[in-house]
Design a protein around this ligand. Sequence first.
Ligand SMILES: C[S@@+](CC[C@H](N)C(=O)[O-])C[C@H]1O[C@@H](n2cnc3c(N)ncnc32)[C@H](O)[C@@H]1O
Length: 234
Amino acid sequence: MKLYSDFSWLWPIVSPLSEYEHETNEIMRWISDSSEIEGNRLLDLGCGGGHHDFFFKNRFDITGVDISESMLQLAKNLNPEVKYEQGDIFNYEPSEKFDVVFLGEAADYIKTWESLQGMFNKIKNWLNPNGVCVAFRNILKEGFIQNETNMSQHYGNGYSITFIENRFIPDENDNICESTYIYLIRKDKELTVHTDKHVYGIFQSKKWHKTIENCGFKLKHKTINDIPMIMGFL
Ligand SMILES: C[S@@+](CC[C@H](N)C(=O)[O-])C[C@H]1O[C@@H](n2cnc3c(N)ncnc32)[C@H](O)[C@@H]1O
């Protein structure tokens, strides 16, 4: 995933901080309105460049975990007061408990029912009493358009970046979605073209929710900024 390694410097341009303010504030409002969390410890699984954390830190004391060293470096530069750790969320074992576990876009990389179940069974044990988990469901089977291609353009630091994304499910009977990206990076008159591939898990939302309920969570649903999210309570 070049976007989170060689091309992580693109992150603040293609996914600017300003786009996270409303979304993160709405998530915090949802947590306040729907739960009775007692403390302010938040675990951000797959914290990336720390854009959500930049707004979460107004209310929470955060630990952020990401597998990518270069994404973590962006997060540390943006949020020097936050505790960041390098790790794979599928093997991660925190040494303390949390009031909120936030699983944002990294949820897209859960590719099997077993790992979905394994992840939520672990999260359950990481929560304090009355703690909650908020997770994104960006990529759902319902409404999926095979071979759909989208384009977006971004400008910053003297660069013009064109992002093209194509999504494809190679086998209808399984839960894998391949996203192929083309990045056109233009600086002044010079253009370079790069490709990238991300493999996501894709599930029916009903079955996804049932799997999490089987782990012992009660669920609430909300769409914020066009992102379907769930909140899990114990
Ligand atoms: C879209 S970015 C997250 C952006 C972040 N919410 C922000 O505010 O900047 C997704 C992140 O998930 C991370 N990720 C993907 N798979 C992971 C894994 N198995 N363990 C830890 N992090 C992972 C990637 O390295 C990437 O930084």
